[in-house]
Design a protein around this ligand. Structure first.
Ligand code: CP
Length: 320
């Protein structure tokens, strides 16, 4: 596996889930694979779970992990091609990436969407430069449009807690004070559809996600109707994806607090489990009552980030 961006990169999902169970049963069983190998984890943006779970997964595999926080530990990097570099950015990605590649065997990159240039964001311009110039396998640790390590952890979590073969999984938009990218909902929709689950996505009008990620899911504008009979509820905020109105890309179109997931919505589900990728804004995205209830899976979901990261790194090490 040379890249990990989309569900298709991992191949058969049942096989991946079986591998995840084996890793969870004995996460140190593949320690020999990473001997004398190094993973470089490059962060253009903040992180708690992705940073820690990736480092832990690398350690489980016997790999060395180097974390680089761009602009803090390193020079500030220019990401756009063809610009006159007379500002505050000292080095261009064009040189920095091959240099980074020379010090490692695998690269993971976190680089969020700008939310100002839809074309550049949806072309994954930063991530694709790592593919083109590093000479190394590349993992998206949440890039402009996808967060596959999170989606794989979500899939593992649902597999562990599902009570039926084809659960109803609802992805619900919820309010947030800041404009957030679409990477998490894009990947969640893509992976849940790929798993063959019944997927319903609900949001106010204008928040339609890109159909290349949601194909196969049902779109619903009535949140209560969407939640009826749900087995899993996945709450997340995202800013306008610009699918219907490109000029609204990255904007906050609604702050409607009636979309905050609470006991009113959970009451119409089939005893659904609550999920969120974290970090979460309490009483914006979800009420204290729901996130603190036994229905909440947010902690085991976050713990599974270690397993998903290890599965991806294991596959890449095996292919080196
Ligand atoms: N869910 C997730 O990616 O968390 P962090 O942003 O803290 O890494």
């Amino acid at each position: 596996m040379r890249t990990f961006f989309n569900a298709e990169d991992i191949g058969n999902l049942d096989k991946a889930l079986s591998e995840a169970r084996a890793i969870k049963a004995d996460r140190y069983a593949w320690k020999h694979l990473g001997r004398d190998k190094t993973i470089l984890l490059v962060f253009f943006n903040n992180s708690l779970r992705t940073r820690l779970s990736s480092q832990k997964a690398a350690m489980n595999l016997g790999m060395n992990a180097i974390v680089l926080n761009i602009g803090q530990d390193s020079w500030r990097l220019e990401t756009e091609l063809g610009v006159v570099m007379d500002g505050d950015k000292s080095e261009h990605l064009r040189e920095a990436i091959p240099v980074m590649g020379s010090y490692c065997d695998i690269i993971g990159v976190r680089s969020f969407a700008s939310l100002s240039d839809r074309e550049a964001d949806y072309a994954e311009t930063v991530l694709q430069q790592f593919v083109a110039y590093s000479g190394r396998p590349v993992i998206s640790l949440e890039s402009a449009t996808v967060h596959p390590c999170q989606a794989l952890a979500d899939l593992i979590t649902i597999d562990e807690y599902k009570r039926k073969t084809t659960p109803k999984v609802v992805l619900s938009w919820a309010p947030h004070p800041k404009a957030l990218p679409q990477a998490v909902p894009n990947s969640f929709a893509q992976w849940m559809v790929a798993a063959g689950y019944e997927v319903v996505i609900c949001h106010p009008e204008g928040y339609e996600l890109d159909p290349r990620f949601t194909g196969g899911a049902k779109i619903e504008y009535d949140q209560m109707k969407a939640f009826e009979g749900a087995d899993f509820v996945y709450a997340k905020n995202w800013s306008c994806p610009g699918v219907v109105c490109p000029e609204d890309y990255g904007k906050i179109l609604s702050t409607d607090m009636s979309w905050t997931v609470g006991s009113r919505q959970m009451a119409v589900t089939d005893n659904a489990r609550f999920m969120h990728c974290l970090p979460v804004r309490r009483n914006m995205i979800v009420t204290d009552e729901v996130i603190d209830s036994p229905a909440s899976l947010v902690i085991p979901e976050a713990a599974n980030r270690e397993i998903s990261a290890q599965l991806v790194m294991k596959r890449m090490l095996e292919a080196l």
